[in-house]
Design a binder for this molecule. Structure first.
Ligand code: CA
Length: 229
């Protein structure tokens, strides 16, 4: 059984989310603040974290940063309408996805399942059993591993799936909308800036000089493509 850590200070929402996740067959641990969230994440090693951004004291952004120092556990953020800037920062810190409040618990469960699918089987999620090689970037789909010039690179599930999408068709230009489809299956919301945040993270990890990308190139006014030479 997969364990989900739910971090939410509003108990009403925490209970609602817990009940839906339990009903969907998950084991659920609830934490009401950032500090205990970090402790639970270390102790219980959840398969996924549902993380409210608006927490007292250590907020969701800080918790994301802390978790990412030692773990690639998938993170789905809960954010309020007005928190778009925070949402982008959260994605830049390495969160995988987000749901905007007020949300339907069913949608959240669907999102949790989608992120877990990507994580559980890089192969199924990214659709293949092959090892892709483009210039000196190697994307090992079944093992969810990436190497750049022989050096291992640690990506979150969402970053991995994006990179696999690019590497499968080097040179092809992808719009942000197409990339959202690639990571969600269905684009629930067209927050295309989320893609920019993920791309920025991938660049930080794979590019020798992230500000002057060699591999993952911007196509102005359209989207992104992977260098094909
Ligand atoms: Ca809150």
């Amino acid at each position: 059984m997969k364990t989900i850590l739910v971090v939410e200070d509003e108990m009403k929402i925490a209970r609602l989310v817990r009940d839906y996740l339990v009903q969907a067959g998950f084991d659920v641990v609830v934490a009401g603040d950032g500090e205990s969230a970090i402790a639970s994440a270390r102790g219980r090693k959840p398969d996924l974290v549902v993380l409210d951004l608006g927490l007292p004291e250590r907020d969701g952004i800080e918790v994301t940063r802390e978790l990412r120092r030692t773990s690639n556990v998938p993170i789905v953020m809960l954010t309020a309408r007005g928190e778009e800037a925070d949402r982008i920062v959260g994605l830049e810190m390495g969160a995988d996805d987000y749901v905007v409040k007020p949300f339907s618990p069913k949608e959240l469960v669907a999102r949790v399942r989608a992120v877990l699918r990507r994580t559980a089987s890089g192969a199924a999620g990214a659709g293949g059993t092959e090892i892709l090689r483009v210039s000196d970037v190697e994307v090992d789909i079944p093992r969810m591993r990436v190497r750049v010039g022989g050096r291992g690179v640690d990506l979150t599930p969402t970053e991995f799936q994006l990179l696999a999408t690019f590497a499968r068709e080097p040179g092809r230009v992808f719009t942000r909308g197409q990339l959202l489809d690639a990571v969600h299956g269905v684009a629930f919301e067209s927050y295309e800036r989320a893609i920019d945040a993920h791309v920025k993270n991938i660049r930080r990890k794979i590019e020798p000089v992230p500000g002057q990308p060699r591999y993952l190139l911007t196509v102005h006014g359209v989207g992104y493509r992977f260098a094909d030479a």
